[in-house]
Design a binder for this molecule. Structure first.
Ligand code: PGA
Length: 245
């Protein structure tokens, strides 16, 4: 059976010691994560330590973001090449789009950098509260997906994260999520072969925790979850994983 993806976006929540401590707890509680495909997204500076301390190969590691360029004079930027054995990279998270003014064009270039370097991309999409209230959800989703290349991308994952749900405790109904994910699926079908569409995982993100996961698991089109604050606390992350067992 296909495992449910649990992508843990630690944002800037955990420092080096806290990241190592988290990973050690995963090592000693491996059985809690048997039903999930865990991907950890530590801060860039903690990735090496996390990799060194992980006692299992079942857990994948990703970057929360990367620069469009992989080398050169880009002060303060982090290249995909500067970290080894990275499986995934998040692209277009709403915090990058909104707080760091990343346009669709930038997101498109990052997606290209990630996929050209054989790293699997998790492309985040989602509407703001205002866009939702104005009835523009599908228009926004359509625009954000318009950056997808005509040629199939290997290992692409799409995370639908309504901006208004991130960190707010406010969640869309299952029907709402199902409608958006169906829209995404149809868009993918218009671009790619059935085989590629089948392989493109769809995640939901926004206020996922040990309680909300109960009803979110009923959404058939969800292959997994992109989790922020509840993924940075070991006990709450474990509790989410155990709901899948
Ligand atoms: P949250 O964040 O789970 O804290 O709402 C999700 C995300 O930003 O990916």
């Amino acid at each position: 059976m296909k495992k449910t993806i649990l992508a843990a976006n630690w944002k800037m929540y955990l420092d080096g010691d806290a990241s190592i401590d988290f990973v050690k707890k995963i090592n000693s509680n491996e059985e809690s994560f048997f039903k999930s495909e865990v991907i950890l997204f530590p801060s860039h500076t903690c990735i090496n330590q996390v990799q060194k301390n992980l006692g299992t190969e079942n857990i994948k590691i990703g970057m929360q973001d990367c620069d469009i360029n992989t080398e050169g004079a880009y002060t303060g930027a982090v290249s995909l090449h500067s970290l080894s054995d990275i499986d995934f990279c998040i692209v277009g998270h709403s915090e990058r789009r909104l707080l760091y003014n990343e346009s669709d064009e930038v997101v498109k270039d990052k997606l290209e950098t990630v996929t050209n370097n054989n790293v699997s991309a998790i492309l985040c999409i989602g509407e703001t509260k205002e866009q939702k209230n104005d009835g523009n959800t599908f228009k926004v989703i359509d625009r954000q997906l318009s950056i997808l290349p005509k040629d199939a991308i290997n290992g692409l994952t799409i995370a639908y994260e309504p901006v208004w749900s991130i960190g707010s405790g406010e969640l869309p109904s299952n029907e709402y999520i199902e409608d958006v994910l169906s829209y995404v699926k149809n868009k993918l079908k218009s671009l790619y072969s059935d085989e590629i569409v089948e392989k493109t995982n769809l995640l939901y993100g926004g206020s996922v925790d040990k309680d909300s996961i109960n009803r979110l698991l009923d959404v058939k089109l969800i292959d997994g979850f992109l989790i922020g604050s509840a993924s940075a606390d070991f006990e709450s992350f474990k509790a989410i994983a155990e709901k899948l067992n």
